[in-house]
Design a protein around this ligand. Structure first.
Ligand SMILES: [Zn+2]
Length: 300
C-alpha cells in the first residue's frame, strides 16, 4: 500500500511537471492550495517538489537537480529520465486506463480551476453591477410611477374643478333680467304747477306702495324727448336722428324735476322724473331692471 502511494505521488509530480509552467505563481498557488486539501505529496520527494516549485514561482535561485534522482534537470524540477521512466511505466498506463474508464480526471486541471476562480470573481463583480443596475432601475421605475400617479391625480382634480365651475355657471340665477320699459297706464293731463305735476306722479308712484316722490326744481329739457312713444329710450333714439329731425328735437322746454325713491328690505330703487307742462313724463333710474339707468325713458 505504501509503495502504491509513493508511485501515485511520483506519477502526480511527473504529470504536474509535464503539464504546467511553475514560473507562474498563480499556477503554483493553485497546486499548493489543492495539496493542502488532499495531502498527496507527503513523501520526502513530494516535500522537495513543493519547495522547488514554490521557489521557482517566487523567482528564487534553485539548484537545477531532479527532486527525485538528484541528476541535472533542464526544467529545474524533474529530469527527462525520471519523467519518461515514470510517465511510461505500466503503473502509469494502468492509471490512464482506469482514468479513461472512470472518465474522471485524477489530476485536477489547474488551468481550468484558475480560470474558474477568475470567472467566479468576475461573475461576483458583474452580479453586483447587475444588482446595482437593477436597483437603480427599480428606484427609477418607482419614481416614474409616483410622478405618473401625482399627475393623474392633479389632472383629475382639475377636471372636477372645471365641471364644478361649469355647474356653478349654469346654476347662477339671472339676477338682472332685461325687462320691458315700464310705462304709465294713466292719461296725459296738462299741469300748471309743480304741485299738479307732483299729484300726477303720485298716481304712478303711490306713497302707500312705498314710493317717496320729492320735488327738486324747475329745469329745461329737449322738446323731442316728450314726443317719443311710451317706452322709448331717449339716448337710443337720439343716436339715430337725421340732421333734419335733430333741428326740431333739441329745442328746450321747461320741466318740473322730481326725485323718486323706493326702499324695501332687499330692494332699493331711485330715479328722476321730469314732467312738462303738457303732462308728459320721462323717468330715469333703476325702475326697470336690466335696462340702461343713464338715460330717460318716455313714461307717460
Ligand atoms: Zn531524475
Amino acid at each position: 500500500m505504501a509503495d502504491d502511494k509513493l508511485r501515485q505521488e511520483l506519477l502526480y509530480m511527473v504529470r504536474l511537471t509535464s503539464k504546467y509552467d511553475f514560473s507562474r505563481m498563480e499556477v503554483v498557488e493553485g497546486i499548493l492550495r489543492l495539496e493542502n486539501e488532499r495531502q498527496i505529496l507527503g513523501s520526502v520527494f513530494g516535500k522537495r517538489f513543493k519547495t522547488r516549485i514554490f521557489d521557482i514561482a517566487a523567482g528564487q535561485a534553485v539548484d537545477e537537480t531532479c527532486v527525485i534522482c538528484g541528476q541535472h534537470a533542464d526544467n529545474k524540477v524533474i529530469c527527462q529520465h525520471c519523467l519518461s521512466t515514470i510517465g511510461e511505466s505500466d503503473y502509469a498506463k494502468n492509471k490512464i486506463k482506469t482514468k479513461e474508464n472512470d472518465k474522471k480526471p485524477r489530476i485536477p486541471d489547474f488551468k481550468k480551476l484558475i480560470d474558474k476562480i477568475k470567472s467566479i470573481s468576475k461573475q461576483d463583480k458583474t452580479k453586483e453591477e447587475i444588482k446595482e443596475k437593477v436597483h437603480d432601475r427599480i428606484s427609477l421605475g418607482r419614481v416614474k410611477r409616483y410622478v405618473k400617479g401625482v399627475l393623474v391625480f392633479c389632472l383629475t382634480l382639475i377636471l372636477f374643478i372645471q365641471i364644478w365651475i361649469l355647474g356653478l355657471w349654469f346654476t347662477i340665477p339671472d339676477y338682472n333680467p332685461t325687462e320691458e320699459a315700464r310705462v304709465s297706464s294713466n292719461q296725459v293731463v296738462p299741469v300748471e304747477s309743480a304741485d299738479d305735476a307732483y299729484a300726477q306722479l303720485l298716481l304712478d308712484f303711490p306713497e302707500e306702495e312705498g314710493y317717496t316722490v320729492t320735488y327738486s326744481r324747475e329745469d329745461a329739457d329737449y322738446v323731442g324727448r316728450f314726443l317719443l312713444n311710451p317706452g322709448d329710450c331717449c339716448l337710443e333714439i337720439e343716436d339715430n336722428l337725421t340732421d333734419e329731425e335733430r333741428y326740431d328735437y333739441f329745442f328746450k322746454e321747461d320741466v318740473y324735476v322730481f326725485y323718486i325713491s323706493y326702499l324695501e328690505e332687499n330692494t332699493g330703487k331711485v330715479g328722476i322724473a321730469e314732467v312738462n307742462h303738457a303732462g308728459s313724463i320721462l323717468i330715469e333710474g333703476s325702475f326697470n331692471d336690466g335696462r340702461r339707468t343713464d338715460s330717460f325713458y318716455k313714461f307717460r
